[in-house]
Design a protein. Structure first.
Length: 255
């Protein structure tokens, strides 16, 4: 069984004590690659360090996380843009809109997202979108750029079936992770309603560990639990889910 974790923050300090062991554990579980979304200028060095230490396994993206969009967002965007121009990345992200904690910088988040959209078009890369309490706002920005050939993924997809189908119609995949295993989550309904060709798997490690590991630090090895739960929902084997979602990820990220 081969899997790709399309969204993990393996470069964060939560893994400093045992990162190599965690990556070896993921490989043993069939997770052959881990794709790393950037957060802001402070995480670039650690992310690229992990990519250099584990070439071909840990692959970096470049972007500015919406919760890092503050008063200095233009300076942050300049740094992100410079890196995109001089290095190779598998995606632009993570970017998007997050209105869960604070709406103070909503306008700036939308401006930053628009810049990421133009970078994705410029560099021919997929977008990795973060959306929390912001699905309609995110759709509005994407629709304003409907003239561009955009593709990518709604990371940790948070919407309903109707929103899922709208995202798919716009050319995006759905990132499904540990949340799908939670009792109160509606992600099982979404997964049941859409074709597996529109789904890629992720962990968002160290966050959102799936059942039966909920409450622990998440890691890429746990992606097998997500694949197994999706297989249960779709009445397929875990191997079939792994094969299709891995193919989707390879096609999306050219990895």
């Amino acid at each position: 069984m081969k899997l790709i974790d399309t969204h993990t923050h393996i470069y964060l300090k939560q893994f400093d004590a045992d990162r190599k062991v965690v990556i070896e554990r993921a490989l043993a579980a069939g997770v052959r690659q881990q794709l790393m979304p950037n957060i802001d200028s402070k995480t670039i060095s650690s992310m690229l360090g992990v990519a250099a230490e584990f070439p071909g396994i840990c692959l970096p993206m470049m972007g500015l996380h919406p919760t890092s969009v503050k008063e200095n967002h233009k300076e942050e965007l300049d740094i992100i843009g410079n890196w995109l121009a001089k290095e190779n990345f598998v995606a632009v992200g993570e970017t998007g809109i997050d209105l869960y904690w604070d709406k103070t910088f909503e306008a700036q988040q939308k401006d930053a997202l628009a810049q990421h959209i133009h970078w994705a078009e410029q560099h021919g890369l997929p977008l990795v979108l973060h959306s929390r309490n912001s699905m309609q706002e995110l759709f509005d920005v994407l629709e304003a750029h409907s003239n561009l050939s955009l593709t990518g993924v709604f990371h940790c997809f948070p919407g309903d079936v109707q929103q899922a189908k709208k995202a798919i119609d716009m050319g995006f995949m759905l990132g499904i992770g540990g949340v799908v295993t939670y009792k109160r989550s509606m992600m099982a309904e979404v997964v049941r309603a859409v074709g597996l060709e529109h789904i890629i798997l992720e962990t968002d490690a160290p966050y959102l560990a799936p059942v039966p590991c909920r409450g622990k630090r998440n890691e890429s090895a746990y992606l097998a639990h997500v694949a197994g739960y999706v297989a249960h929902i779709k009445d397929m084997t875990t191997q079939e889910v792994a094969a299709i979602t891995t193919e989707n990820a390879v096609r999306m990220f050219s990895c």
